[in-house]
Design a protein around this ligand. Sequence first.
Ligand SMILES: [Zn+2]
Length: 269
Amino acid sequence: VPELPEMETYRQLLIPRLSGKTITDVIITREKSVNVPADEFIQALRGLQVTGITRRAKHLLFHLMHDKVLVLHLMLGGAMVWGSQEDKPDRTVQVELVFGGESLFFIGLRLGYLHLHTLQAAEALLKKLGPNPIDPSFREADFKTILKKKRGYLKPALVDQSVLAGIGNCYSDEICFAAGILPQRKLESMEEDDYSRLYQGMESVFAEAIAYGGYMDVPLFRGDTLTGGFDSRCRVYDRDGEPCYRCGALVARVDFASKKSYSCPGCQR
Ligand SMILES: [Zn+2]
């Protein structure tokens, strides 16, 4: 599931391509991917200009004229491709937003969706999400206050979208590794210094992951050299049995609280 850095990469790459462009047509091959009947959805979007793109947690919001918003969640397996008909992915496209000669293709939308809302309705839907961990106004003290209210294992707290918005399976493990703390650590046993290292780990992991374009394996457009650059830079995620870059011990997969989790038993406590 794309997490904060993946959606942030999409946002940054799509803004210069979509801002000010007008949706000339919409093609829907999977009606379940949208929230209103396909013909209504198409009618509502034709002729609307994209006024901006924002991100909230793992959602991307395409802001349109007349206070309309398209709320995207890619969920597991979803991705986007931008380009002309020549660049159309060689697989099923569930939704295509046409902007004259170019299109934004949505692929792999099985659980993922593209929902049309008013701005007000979209904000109400996303209200229950926790703070944006990369917002400059979100400080270490806020981070500590939020996590200290939680009990139990660390990882489930990190991936709880009502606690912090945008962290999922991969980045929770990467953040724990950066901090030298095990994901299965109990929050009750965390000390002041652990929270500080965790916060700093989160900042450094997100900064690096965004700078390297996240881990998506589908390029957004022809010649896209940014998207997916972080995939090979993951330190523990999906690396079980391989040596730790920090201490050489073998990275382990430990499943707990019905989550799979990767960590280094050598240098995480
Ligand atoms: Zn290690």
